[in-house]
Ligand binder design. Structure first.
Ligand SMILES: [Fe+2]
Length: 347
C-alpha cells in the first residue's frame, strides 16, 4: 500500500495520495493547483497511474488541482452531487463507492462547513476535509455552511466510526498530521458541548475573517470543467436527440464509460456496451476491443459518461489511435436525462 500526506504551506492544505501498490492505479484527495507539478513528479517516481482526483468540497482558500490533473493525466474528477461546479467527471452522494485498482473509498455526505462537503472513508482512515479538524472543525459561516448540519455530520456520522479510525483532515494550522475518532471525541474542544444548540451557538460566535484567497478561489473552483465546445466545433459531438435517433442504427454503437456503481445508480441507455473509462487506453489501441469493433463493423463509436468529460477525453484518445469514427454525447447522461430520453435500469 502507498499512502502519502502532502502539504501546501501557502494554504495549510493536506493532500492525500493513495495507491494499492507501486505501478498501480492511484487516487488523490484535495489536490492544490500550485502543487500539481510535484504530484505529477511523485506519480512518475512511484510509477503510479492517477485515475481519480477527489475534492471534499468547493474550497475557498486555495484553487483546486482537479482541472489541471485531469488535463495532464486524463484522470476522472470527482466531487459531491451537491457541488455547484460547472462540470466534473463524476458526482457522488452518501454511500457511493469510489473505486480504483485495489482501492475502495466510501463517500460520507457531511454538510455543515459547506452544503457540498463530503468525507471519504478508506479502510481505517477517514479524510475529513474541513468538516472535522484535529482539535477543531471547519467554519460554517459562508458557502451555505450550517452549524446545525455540521453538528449532525460530526456527531451522527463521523463519531459513529470506530474509535481507532484515523482522522486525516483537510488542513492543520498547528502542525498536527493525524488523529483518531476516539481522540477527537475526547479532546476536541469544539465537541465538548451538551447539545446541538450549544454547538450552533459556539460556531455562530467565532467571528473569523474571510480567507485571503476567497474572492479568487471560489470562482475559479466553480469553473473547473473541461470545455466540450472544441470537440463540438470539430463535429465530434452529438446532442441527446441525435444520439437517441442514431443509437438504434447499425452503423453507430453507444459506449458507456461509467463505473458500474454509476450505471446502477442512474441507469443505462438501451443497447449501449460497457467499456469503463479506466480501461480506455487498452480498449482503443490496435487489437483492443473498441478498436476492433470500430474497424470490423465500420461503426461510429459514440462515447458517453455522466457529464461528457470522460467521453470528450475518450474521443481524443480514440482519434489518436486512428479510430476515425468516434464522437461523444455532449453533457453525458445528465443532458440525456434532461432531454427526456429513456433510461433502462441495470438489472
Ligand atoms: Fe473549506
Amino acid at each position: 500500500m502507498i499512502f502519502r500526506q502532502l502539504f501546501d504551506y501557502q494554504s495549510w492544505t493536506y493532500t492525500y495520495l493513495i495507491a494499492s501498490k507501486k505501478g498501480g492505479e492511484a487516487i488523490i484527495i484535495d489536490p492544490v493547483l500550485d502543487r500539481v507539478d510535484r504530484y505529477i513528479q511523485l506519480l512518475d517516481e512511484l510509477d503510479l497511474k492517477l485515475v481519480k482526483a477527489l475534492d471534499t468540497h468547493v474550497h475557498a482558500d486555495h484553487i483546486t488541482g482537479l482541472g489541471a490533473l485531469r488535463d495532464r493525466t486524463h484522470c476522472v474528477t470527482v466531487m459531491s452531487e451537491k457541488s455547484a461546479v460547472d462540470v466534473v467527471s463524476m458526482r457522488v452522494e452518501d454511500g457511493d463507492i469510489i473505486d480504483a485498482e485495489g482501492i475502495s473509498i466510501k463517500t460520507l455526505y457531511t454538510p455543515g462547513h459547506t452544503d457540498d462537503s463530503v468525507c471519504y472513508l478508506w479502510e481505517d482512515k477517514v479524510f475529513t476535509g474541513d468538516t472535522l479538524f484535529i482539535r477543531g472543525s471547519g467554519r460554517t459561516d459562508f458557502q451555505h455552511g450550517n452549524p446545525g448540519d455540521q453538528y449532525d455530520s460530526i456527531f451522527n456520522k463521523l463519531l459513529t466510526l470506530p474509535d481507532d479510525t484515523l482522522v486525516y483532515p483537510g488542513h492543520d494550522y498547528k502542525g498536527d498530521t493525524v488523529s483518531t475518532i476516539g481522540e477527537e471525541r475526547a479532546h476536541n474542544p469544539r465537541l465538548q458541548v451538551a447539545s446541538r444548540d450549544e454547538y450552533i451557538e459556539q460556531m455562530n460566535n467565532l467571528h473569523l475573517d474571510n480567507p485571503k484567497m476567497m474572492d479568487v478561489a471560489v470562482p475559479a473552483n466553480l469553473s473547473i470543467g473541461l470545455s466540450q465546445d472544441e470537440i463540438e466545433e470539430l463535429g465530434w459531438s452529438y446532442s441527446p436527440a441525435d444520439a437517441d435517433r442514431l443509437s438504434g442504427s447499425d452503423d453507430h454503437l453507444l459506449i458507456d464509460l461509467r463505473d458500474t456503481g454509476e450505471r446502477k445508480h442512474h441507469g443505462i441507455i438501451h443497447g449501449a456496451i460497457h467499456a469503463p473509462y479506466a480501461d480506455l487506453e487498452e480498449n482503443v489501441r490496435p487489437g483492443g476491443m473498441l478498436f476492433e469493433l470500430a474497424r470490423s463493423g465500420d461503426k461510429t463509436l459514440v462515447f458517453y459518461c455522466a457529464y461528457g468529460e470522460r467521453s470528450a477525453m475518450a474521443v481524443r484518445a480514440a482519434k489518436d489511435e486512428g479510430i476515425e469514427n468516434a464522437a461523444h454525447l455532449k453533457g453525458g447522461i445528465d443532458a440525456w436525462k434532461n432531454a427526456g430520453c429513456a433510461l433502462e435500469q441495470l438489472g
